[in-house]
Design a protein around this ligand. Structure first.
Ligand code: ZN
Ligand code: ZN
Length: 170
């Protein structure tokens, strides 16, 4: 769904629910579709997931977060929240249906020995060896990384750890 339409829809439903003093914004989350922060009176939707979802799904997420806003903090997905969600017409389920499209993880690590892959949404912070073809840390099985399909060596702490691992053993 188009983000600007999603923003408009969120605003209309929030105002109708009496949340006109609440703020709406997008965030960059990829593993949850929305959030509700009572302390800041803010409802957010994941921009990347809104791009992938259809209108009905986005509406469900907006209603889900509005139900959190209405029942107040500390309810999570308890019975009271469920009652509110149902009254608003939000999907009951706290999690999104499994068949929704998943955004692609930009970081893919590949085992140089067996070819097993591991996908990450963020740059790896630690050096990882393959867990598929061995159960102990094996320097020959340190994953090699691509970011968005381009071979990329993660920097920072990862690079320092890798350098220390590559020093010859005493
Ligand atoms: Zn929730
Ligand atoms: Zn392997």
């Amino acid at each position: 769904m188009n983000r600007e339409e999603a923003r408009r829809q969120a605003r209309v439903i929030m105002d109708a629910a009496g949340l006109s003093d609440w703020t709406f914004r997008f965030d960059h989350a990829k593993r949850r579709a929305g959030s509700c922060t009572h302390a800041r009176k803010t409802i957010t939707l994941s921009g990347p997931l809104v791009d992938l979802y259809d209108e009905a799904t986005v509406r469900g997420v907006i209603l889900h977060e509005i139900a959190h806003a209405m029942v107040g903090p500390h309810h999570h997905h308890d019975a009271e929240w469920k009652r509110m969600a149902r009254a608003l017409g939000a999907p009951d389920d706290a999690r999104l249906p499994a068949q929704l499209p998943e955004p692609e993880a930009p970081w893919v690590g590949t085992c140089p020995v067996c070819g097993a892959t591991k996908k990450l949404f963020r740059q790896p912070k630690r050096v990882v060896a393959c867990g598929s073809c061995t159960h102990s840390f094996d320097r020959r099985r340190i994953l090699t990384w691509t970011k968005d399909g381009v071979p990329t060596q993660p920097g920072g702490a990862y690079a320092r750890e890798l350098a220390s691992l590559r020093r010859p053993l005493p």
